[in-house]
Design a protein around this ligand. Sequence first.
Ligand code: NAD
Ligand code: UDP
Length: 311
Amino acid sequence: MRILVTGGAGFIGSHLIDRLMEQGHEVLCLDNFYTGHKRNIEKWLGHPYFECIRHDITEPIRLEVDRIYHLACPASPVHYQFNPVKTIKTNVIGTLHMLGLAKRVKARFLLASTSEVYGDPLVHPQTEEYWGNVNPIGIRSCYDEGKRVAETLTFDYHRNNGVDIRVARIFNTYGPRMFENDGRVVSNFVVQALQGIPLTVYGDGSQTRSFCYVSDLVEGLMRLMEGDYIGPVNLGNPVEYTILELAQTIQKMVNPNADIAFKPLPQDDPKKRQPDISRAKTYLGWEPLVPLQEGLTKTIADFEERLNASR
Ligand code: NAD
Ligand code: UDP
């Protein structure tokens, strides 16, 4: 098949591309390189079945494809808040363009949505039936509300235009290739521990997250795309940790001498997050296989190699 991956030079997109290329598909990577890098897809450059196009999805594009994995959007709060209006444009106008493309060429379209659609959830763990608790005017809204509109657009194109859709709600995912300056919690803690500087825990660290290793997540996305269930479906690891537990785990694994420094909690930071993955288990036969310790070991090794190379 000819498969388009928007945001393919990013963290999850590049791991997805590896799997799709290994399966023998023809892959088109579309990216504006805002938070992605050619390094991530370097090994496929020059391959006859691979094409990389520098393109911003807020502009329309015409392509012929069978599948669209729509991942383009900065995912780290630091980067999506840098230019919030651009983030909304990417989620709304960009998703509109990709849905228009799916409609025109009759491609199956998968939206990479997020657990952020649940906001600061009042239901725990989060099931797909929960409509969420999102601040419409806060500093996270450009992303949360942007993704909520992206889901709305996706379902309206399905209902009104017959577009074949899939919607994944991705929970916190980590792994090799996250950038040193990504700003998300796992990469921050790993880089800080490796550099011997204090691990920055925001607030008292009692807020929780559930961390999914990237290979598990990619498997879930591919099963969703090729299955019959349209979603929305939660994809994430249901094992929940407090942020302080995560800091202590990484501290122990990398550098027991590194300190933990408590910093102010960002506005609207969700207090709890844990996916109910019953739907994914039932409809996709999917559940994560990689435990946190194992995933962190691989992630730490990757960061260590990159940090050593840049020294
Ligand atoms: P990432 O920031 O590493 O990758 C996003 C990619 O999209 C980058 O390569 C970036 O350059 C590209 N991009 C951004 N805006 C673009 C635009 N206007 N036009 C073209 N390309 C653009 O993030 P990621 O962690 O790989 O996340 C991928 C997708 O998964 C995102 O849609 C994100 O919202 C979603 N998601 C990720 C997580 C997670 O924990 N990683 C959780 C929930 C949802
Ligand atoms: N966080 C932290 N220290 C950091 C970065 C993040 O304590 O250096 C916290 C953050 O406040 C949040 C959690 O870790 O409670 C996850 O943050 P991240 O930005 O990774 O993802 P999201 O908030 O979008 O789930």
